[in-house]
Design a protein around this ligand. Structure first.
Ligand code: PBG
Length: 337
């Protein structure tokens, strides 16, 4: 790059604006592209019938009961969005210390997966693996003597993965950040004949404040305290550590990896793509969604342009796909252009 710059002629012979002047050259010289194929829509599900609940922290995003989710999924499929990621909101009375509903094959998520898959077998269905929607303390893992116990948590995550895979989801997405869980989940899936179920692991997930609105959405914000997950989620200061996490997950058998949050961590996506050349998904999380949503509602930025700009940024950085709450809207925008 440096060489090219120093050896190429300068202004006025070189005019960078020439390629930007014509529609054709702008199109042809584009270095990355965003398409509907890149998008994954996260969806929140809640028990009941005919329910669609608004979420205060995430305007325009709803929690749907399984029958209502089907209607939204129909829209998603008609827009040709390739996949969804499901997250449950569990009633407080059904939560316990060990998050036992997570590994009950009749739970809300398994029921929803079976329903969606029976109607839309070709839509990719990704299920989160972590205990936080199910535990009364709101942590992703099992609390033993006030500590999140890695190895006991893995046993629960394996059981959760198996019920979800048996319900028919295409991919298991562990978002818990326990050590060694990808390998344990792969072994368990294989031993049950679920060799085709993919693992899309959150390899580098940071302890981020940008998850705030999500925690309201799934009701995991226990006791009005902000839960400290920093004993398992990563320190935002670290990048080398993310590369180690990613390399471990790839070696343990992940089929794709997720980097999360998105916009504050574009350097991690870029670096991981350069180092591993492996399918990387960006997760544009709830706080990023709310930020863009609110500032555009205030009229300070253009909603559509800002959404598309934020999404192409992930592609430019090196992600092959994006989990984003804007997916439905973005797909509509992309269809119209
Ligand atoms: C928890 C989980 C979180 C998100 C997805 N899975 C939040 C957390 O770790 O507390 C966040 C997603 C978002 O903010 O959009 N397993």
């Amino acid at each position: 790059m440096k060489n090219l710059f120093t050896t190429s002629p300068h202004y006025p012979r070189t005019r960078m604006r020439r390629n930007r002047g014509n529609v054709f050259s702008k199109l042809i010289s584009a270095e990355s592209a965003l398409s509907v194929n890149d998008l994954i829509m996260p969806l929140f599900v809640v028990e009941g019938k005919g329910v669609s609940q608004s979420i205060e922290s995430m305007p325009n995003i709803f929690r749907y009961s399984p029958d209502k989710v089907l209607k939204v999924v129909e829209k998603i499929v008609s827009l040709e969005i390739p996949a969804i990621a499901l997250f449950p909101k569990i009633e407080d009375s059904l939560k316990d210390k060990s998050g036992s509903l997570a590994y009950n094959s009749d739970n809300l998520i398994c029921e929803t997966v079976r329903l969606i898959k029976s109607e839309f077998p070709n839509l990719g269905v990704i299920c989160d693996v972590a205990l936080d929607p199910y535990t009364d303390h709101g942590h992703d893992g099992l609390l033993i003597n006030d500590q999140i116990d890695n190895d006991e948590t893995i046993k629960a995550l394996v059981k959760q993965s198996l019920v979800q895979a048996e319900a028919g989801c295409d991919a298991i997405a562990p978002s818990d950040m326990m050590d060694g869980r990808v390998s344990a989940i792969r072994d368990a899936l294989d031993s049950k004949g679920l060799k085709d179920t993919q693992i899309i692991s959150y390899a580098a997930k940071y302890a981020s404040s940008f998850y705030g609105p999500f925690r309201e959405a799934v009701g995991s914000n226990n006791l009005k305290n902000v839960i400290d997950k920093s004993s398992y989620q990563m320190n935002p200061a670290n990048s080398d550590e993310a590369m180690r996490e990613i390399s471990l997950d790839i070696n343990e058998g992940s089929d794709m990896i997720i980097i999360k949050p998105g916009m504050p961590y574009l350097d991690i996506i870029y670096r991981a793509q350069k180092e591993f050349n492996f399918p990387i998904l960006a997760y544009q999380v709830s706080g990023e969604y709310s930020m863009i949503f609110h500032i555009s509602k205030k009229g300070y930025i253009d909603y559509e342009k800002a959404v598309l700009e934020s999404l192409i940024g992930f592609k430019r950085a090196g992600a092959c796909g994006i989990l984003s709450y804007f997916s439905l809207d973005a797909a509509k925008m992309l269809k119209n252009t």
